[in-house]
Design a protein around this ligand. Structure first.
Ligand SMILES: C[S@@+](CC[C@H](N)C(=O)[O-])C[C@H]1O[C@@H](n2cnc3c(N)ncnc32)[C@H](O)[C@@H]1O
Length: 223
C-alpha cells in the first residue's frame, strides 16, 4: 500500500532508536505497517478505538508479517489509555489525522499518567495547530523536529517533540523551522499556508467576540 505524501513524511521523521512505536488512531494501519516493513523499532503497536478496524489489521498482520523481525501488537483502545508503563524502553507515540483538540486531550491524559517517563510524540493534527503548540509549551515539552507538508492542497504541520525539554529546542507557538524554505517549491507552500492561516484567524476574529490579535500578530511576524 502506497502511503499518502503526508504519511510518507511522518514515516520519514522516525529516525531514532525506539523500543516501542505506537501508531495511534491507526485506522487501516498503513503507517504502522510501513514502519514494520522497515523494522523501525523492536515493537510496533497498532491502536484504534474501532473494533472492526483492529480485527482487520490483526488478520492482515498475521497474513503478511507472521515472522517479522520486529514484534507487532494490536490494541483496540482509547489513545488516552495507552498502557505505556507495561512496556520497558524508549517510546514513540505517533498521533496523526485527528483534530488538534482531541490530540490535546490525549497528550494531556498521557502526560498526567506517565509524567515520569521520557516519551517522544510525533504529531500531525488536521487543525488547531496553535492551540496544540501552546499545550506542548505549557507542559514544557522540547522540540526535536518540525516540518510543513502540502498534500492534495491541504497543509500539515508535523511536529516531533519530547516530553522533556532537556537537550531539545524550545517550541514556538506558531512554529519556526516550518517557515524556512530552501527550494522555490517549498517557499510557495510556506506562503500559501501562511496566507491560509491568517485568513482563517481573521475570519474567526470577525465572526466572534474572541480577541485573537496575539495569534494573528504571531503569524504576521512570519510574513
Ligand atoms: C482519520 S483516521 C487517521 C488515520 C491515520 N492516523 C492518518 O493520519 O491517516 C482517525 C482514526 O482515529 C480513530 N480514533 C478516534 N478516536 C479515537 C480514540 N479515542 N482512540 C483511538 N482511536 C481513535 C478513528 O477510529 C479513526 O480510525
Amino acid at each position: 500500500m502506497k502511503l499518502s505524501k503526508r504519511l510518507q513524511h511522518i514515516e520519514q521523521m522516525v529516525t531514532a532508536d525506539y523500543s516501542h512505536i505506537w501508531d495511534c488512531c491507526c485506522d487501516h494501519g498503513f503507517l504502522g505497517a510501513s514502519l514494520l516493513s522497515r523494522q523501525a523499532a523492536k515493537n510496533i503497536h497498532f491502536v484504534d478505538i474501532v473494533p472492526e478496524l483492529i480485527t482487520t489489521i490483526e488478520s492482515k498482520l498475521q497474513q503478511f508479517y507472521p515472522h517479522s523481525l520486529s514484534d507487532w501488537k494490536t490494541h483496540c483502545l482509547d489513545v488516552a489509555k495507552l498502557p505505556l508503563q507495561q512496556y520497558q524502553g524508549k517510546h514513540l507515540v505517533i498521533i496523526a489525522g485527528i483534530g488538534g483538540d482531541l490530540m490535546i486531550k490525549f497528550i494531556n491524559d498521557l502526560y498526567q499518567k506517565h509524567h515520569k517517563m521520557n516519551i517522544d510524540f510525533l504529531l500531525c493534527p488536521v487543525n488547531q495547530q496553535f492551540a496544540l503548540r501552546e499545550k506542548l509549551i505549557a507542559l514544557k515539552f522540547g522540540l526535536k523536529n518540525e516540518i510543513l507538508v502540502e498534500d492534495n492542497r491541504r497543509y500539515y504541520e508535523i511536529i516531533l517533540v519530547s516530553s522533556t525539554s532537556d537537550a531539545n529546542r524550545t517550541i514556538s507557538p506558531v512554529g519556526h523551522d516550518i517557515w524556512q524554505s530552501v527550494t522555490a517549491e517549498q517557499a510557495s507552500v510556506v506562503k500559501q499556508y501562511l496566507d491560509k492561516t491568517l485568513k482563517h484567524y481573521n475570519r474567526v476574529q470577525q465572526g466572534s467576540a474572541k480577541h485573537l490579535d496575539y495569534i494573528i500578530s504571531a503569524y504576521n511576524s512570519k510574513v
